[in-house]
Design a protein around this ligand. Sequence first.
Ligand code: FE2
Ligand code: FE2
Length: 288
Amino acid sequence: MRFKATVLCENTVFGNGPIAEHGWSVFLETDAGNFLFDTGQGKAIIHNANYFKKDLSSIEAIMLSHHHGDHTGGLLDVLDYTGEKVVYAHSDIFRDAYNTRYRRMSYAGIPYRREVLEGKGAQFDLSRDFRQIAPGLYLTGEIPRITPYEKGDAYLVIKDNDQLRSDPVIDDQSLIIETEDGLFIILGCCHAGIINTLKHAVHVTGQKRIHTVIGGTHLGPVSNEQREESIKALKEFNIERLGVSHCTGMKACMRLYQEFGEKFFFYNVGAIVDNENVYVSVFASNTK
Ligand SMILES: [Fe+2]
Ligand SMILES: [Fe+2]
């Protein structure tokens, strides 16, 4: 598949015009049409789509990586532009989920009821399975938690029958683009763990070569030991390019740059990755 992936929502931005928010959204232009992966938390997506001249009414479908509001909060506004649209997500995307960081419990799930989104045109297509969205474009489906060191985020909880329990974010999934050069993997928040995600992508596609990994790695809010184990395992994949963002954090970015050198880049608002090139955001508005 030929493609071009532009970051519409991310935590940081460079330059006048586009805006940042804690969130994640990627506009994907492919030879099978345009797609949107996640929608940010809702403050930036319309503004940035206009700024980068990405026509939200042109998209074929929307994919959601997981339930968290920083990935799903922009969906209602996006539906204003798309009208009726298929939204691919995991079966457990509608969760009563909370974040207990900073000694308070804040709601962390999709900030709109399903009926409200459906009333606006969302046609949810929910599944736990690996599946093809278009030829060469896939959603990983639920990712088996295999590695002993990727332990998830202890601050995340879900409410089941009025009982709180730890949330492994079982609905977390990533996007896979199959190309002549290998797999390009776009992570959402990677709650499943980056190594679990890459192993699963290799398993379900039968493709051993991963060319590029971009997106939120969730290597920020983990212990130093876990981060180092993940980085060590990541190096074994022989990835050509690693463009991280969102929940990766400064410390993990610095470690990844130390380990991956020029293969590393920061993939924030306005940055573009296509089959051959990376355009970092400082120049993004000067590209086509
Ligand atoms: Fe996130
Ligand atoms: Fe998340």
